[in-house]
Design a protein around this ligand. Structure first.
Ligand SMILES: *[C@@H]1O[C@H](CO)[C@@H](O)[C@H](O)[C@H]1NC(C)=O
Length: 603
């Protein structure tokens, strides 16, 4: 996603004065201009309702429905709609469809996905989806979110340097597929369908499996995702890259798939008919809409020079099977493409029908929200004690035990009255929620979590920030704390300044002087030393694995709002972590890995 971020501050300003006020109906409001029209009639099959609506629209009206900030059609009582909302691991304001503030100051922030995946617990994944679904629908009712969430990200995390690997369930196609289906089921909670009107189930929210396909590079050594051409064999697509997408659509019955920026074997995915019409609709029978990554169409036209004209780009993507453009491109150039006979009205109608049916499945054409199945959800259903407890439980299940010498872990509260808590993540807050996050209900930092178990904590960050660079790092103070304590817990790792969207890593080592801090503290410590890592991608910590003074090592991912509590619960034995089960842990203890660059081609 890019370029639209500037919109956010404006939307926030506009909404600052808003109070609890419920959203007016999107369409078909009682007493509105369309109540007697067929598209508002709840007793008709959805396809017939969509056909009726599309037949009433002018071409100019329809092309304004092909984009994420779809225009309203006031003469038919239809409001505008922002399609772009996000809910990767909690309702997120990464897209313009979600706004925090007023009655909805925050939402439950679950662990970043790479961590939750390490639980290998499909029922946990579905439970998180259900909680997020409640909160998202509640925020929609309050006018502060959409119902179409462009989550989950199920790209295969094959390249460990990828800045977005944290968002994914990892590298394993089978685990990723299971994750995709479970999370989507939780988010969408389909109901109804079948029977007299056939087919279409109703949805609580609509999920989206992204970004199809073979995308695991953001910016590396002169190539970025807008120019990346992934060279992939058919077998690799079939066995690896497409497996989670297939499961997302076939098993999870996701209402949407997003095509990516990159090309696969020389064709932009959003212009690839064999992918969109062939695989996603033809083989997997997607019931829903295909959306572009934001400005993908502009990217393959302008940055990749894939088509000669704007209108050719419109034709390439609509013919391939795209239904919705995140970005303004289709709203601007589609009418021109029709007059140049590059696309037909039938092409436009097919796309609009696919998006409208999803809105109908969400109840958006059923008039009054209050009378709908989820009309009761409101601010009291967000950040509930149950959801926050689930965020804590998910964080506990995310933690992976990488090393435990003898009986070092769990630490005993009786034997360790004074514990040094050091490291740049010892007081982590926002770093714990990773990217595609929102405003959490609250945070428990590692220092706070550990403080609940012991009499005295001696806190020293040891680094001024995660980069931990330069001569003035307060390492000596951390060493001193370790010398005085009965046990030492060192919390280190990465954050969004090191691995992020648009930012791949060039090294798998801990940043700056973090490793030096860890070794110095370990050397000085009189009690056991426990190393805790926060990261999305893998980190080479061979130095710590070999250090006999470091008795225990835990990986915590980016553990979400309750991360500090979960880490403390594991360290003090309230929860027993899994061993070596992270989808990234194996790489963490490898040394001197070298990568072949064969996959990266510049065009
Ligand atoms: C999976 O997570 C759920 C919800 O936290 C929990 O009740 C269950 O015990 C977990 N299953 C396993 C095998 O850990």
């Amino acid at each position: 996603m890019r370029r639209h971020r500037l919109l956010l501050p404006l939307l926030m300003l506009a909404g600052a004065a808003a109070v609890v006020a419920a959203r007016p109906p999107f369409a078909c409001a009682p007493g509105g201009p369309a109540t007697s029209m067929a598209f508002c009639r709840r007793s008709l099959p959805l396809r017939a309702r969509a056909r009726d609506l599309v037949a009433r629209l002018t071409r100019a009206e329809k092309v304004r429905l092909l984009v994420n900030n779809a225009a309203g059609v006031p003469r038919l009582g239809i409001a505008g709609y922002e399609w772009w909302s996000e809910a990767l691991h909690g309702v997120s304001n990464t897209g313009p469809g979600v706004r925090f503030g007023g009655a909805f100051p925050g939402a439950t922030a679950f662990p970043q996905v790479i961590g939750t995946a390490a639980s290998f617990n499909a029922s946990l994944w579905e439970l998180i989806g259900r909680a997020v679904s409640d909160e998202g629908r509640a925020m929609y009712n309050g006018g502060q979110a959409g119902l179409t969430f462009w989550s989950p990200n199920v790209n295969i995390f094959r390249d460990p340097r990828w800045g977005r690997g944290q968002e994914t369930p990892g590298e394993d196609p089978a685990v990723s597929g299971r994750y995709a289906a479970a999370y989507v089921r939780g988010l969408q909670q389909p109901y109804g369908g079948g029977g007299r009107h056939g087919g279409h189930t109703r949805l609580k929210t609509a999920a989206c499996c992204k970004h199809f396909t073979a995308y695991d590079l953001d910016s590396w050594s002169g190539t970025d995702r807008f120019h990346f051409n992934a060279i992939v064999t058919p077998q690799d697509l079939e066995d690896t890259f497409n497996v989670p997408f297939r499961s997302c659509v076939v098993d999870g019955r996701a209402a949407s798939v997003m095509c990516s920026y990159n090309q696969v074997n020389g064709v932009p995915t959003c212009a690839d008919e064999s992918f969109l019409r062939g695989t996603i609709r033809g083989k997997w029978h997607l019931e829903g809409y295909i959306v572009s990554d934001c400005d993908s169409v502009d990217v393959f036209y302008r940055d990749q020079h894939y088509t000669r004209t704007h209108e050719d780009a419109v034709a390439a993507t609509l013919r391939a099977g795209l239904d919705l453009d995140c970005g303004p491109f289709l709203a601007v150039y589609t009418e021109g493409a029709v007059s140049q006979r590059k696309v037909t009205d039938a092409d436009i109608d097919a796309a609009v029908t696919n998006t409208v049916i999803v809105q109908m499945r969400l109840g958006m054409y059923d008039g009054d929200l209050a009378t709908q199945p989820f009309g009761h959800l409101g601010p009291q259903h967000v950040c509930t004690p149950a959801h926050q407890e689930l965020a804590l439980e998910a964080a506990r299940q995310s933690v992976v035990l990488l090393k435990n010498d003898g009986t070092a872990l769990p630490l005993s509260r009786a034997a360790h009255h004074t514990v040094a808590v050091v490291g740049p993540h010892s007081q982590a807050t926002v770093a714990m929620i990773g990217n595609y996050a929102g405003q959490p209900c609250r945070y428990t930092t590692p220092l706070q979590g550990i403080g609940r178990y012991v009499k005295t904590t001696l806190h020293q960050a040891g680094c001024t920030d995660v980069a931990c660079q330069g001569g003035n790092q307060p390492i000596a103070a951390a060493v001193d704390a370790a010398r005085r304590a009965d046990a030492t817990i060192v919390v280190v790792g990465l954050d969004q300044k090191v691995e992020a969207e648009g930012l791949d890593r060039t090294s798998l080592l801990l940043p700056g002087r973090q490793a030096e801090l860890v070794s110095a503290v370990a050397k000085a410590s009189k009690g056991p030393v426990i190393l805790v890592l926060m990261s999305g991608g893998p980190v080479d910590i061979a130095f710590a694995q070999k250090d006999r003074k470091i008795a225990g090592i835990l990986w915590a991912g980016y553990p979400g709002q309750a991360g500090g509590q979960a880490i403390a619960d594991v360290i003090f034995g309230h929860h027993n972590p899994g061993m070596y089960t992270s989808t990234v842990s194996i790489l963490m203890i490898q040394v001197g890995i070298e990568f072949q660059m064969t996959k990266f081609t510049k065009n």
